[in-house]
Write a protein that binds this ligand. Structure first.
Ligand SMILES: [Zn+2]
Length: 222
């Protein structure tokens, strides 16, 4: 039934949202993507998203959300704020308050415009780095709110919600997209595409997941 329907993927050009895009292309008849420009530290992120959308031949919407940076400057948008993992219940310096609330709400407005019933986001509670708006309860609650606000029946999908990074690599592999995701996506906080700088928290998380998945897959093949 989903095969006849249209979906919008919230898309950053990173590992998670690119895997979600491949998942959506398998699941829905028609797929478009939306990228938010909020003055990311690296403009390369937007270029990367554009290239992937073009290569996969999906319509790409780019929405200007620099307003978010005006409200909540943080380590992802400002060069002079250091990227730090949160300690002792503190949120990491990469947290942008309200980001997913705003992004998903705008994605729903766009979905309404382009007549898409489904919205896909790569948020994940398993690798939860302390972001409250990546939690399953938040997404479900927002889904209800959005539907009430527009009197429509959107469905927000979170295919990665309960996967760890290794399982996300497995999903990409199952979708025939392991090499694509590995070589063409940008996760690194330093703006280095593919395997990245290797040193930042995002690169470490990505690499550990990949190694764990590849080791598991090799053990399975033996
Ligand atoms: Zn990096």
């Amino acid at each position: 039934m989903l095969r006849d329907e249209k979906a919008i993927v919230v898309f950053s050009g990173g590992q998670d949202s690119t895997t979600c895009l491949f998942w959506a292309l398998e699941t829905f008849k028609e797929v478009e993507v939306v990228t938010f420009n909020y003055n990311q530290r690296h403009k390369e992120e937007i270029e990367c998203a554009k290239r992937i959308a073009e290569e996969l031949q999906v319509k790409h919407h780019l929405l200007d959300m620099q307003l978010l940076n005006q409200l909540a400057p943080n380590a992802l948008t400002r060069d002079d704020i250091e990227i730090k993992e949160g300690e002792d219940g503190e949120l990491p310096s990469t947290f942008v308050p309200g980001r997913n609330l705003i992004f998903l709400s705008f994605a729903a407005v766009l979905a309404s415009q382009v007549k898409a019933k489904h919205i896909i986001t790569g948020v994940c509670e398993t690798d939860f780095s302390g972001y409250p708006d990546c939690r399953d309860a938040f997404v479900k609650s927002l889904n209800v709110t959005i539907n009430l606000s527009m009197d429509q029946q959107f469905v927000i999908h979170t295919p990665l919600m309960w996967l760890d990074k290794a399982e996300t690599w497995k999903l990409a592999d199952d979708l025939g997209a392991l090499e694509f995701v590995r070589e063409k996506t940008l996760t690194c906080y330093e703006g280095v595409i593919g395997d990245g700088c290797g040193e930042c928290p995002a690169c470490k998380l990505r690499r550990n997941g990949l190694e764990k998945y590849l080791e598991g897959a090799a053990a399975h093949d033996r």
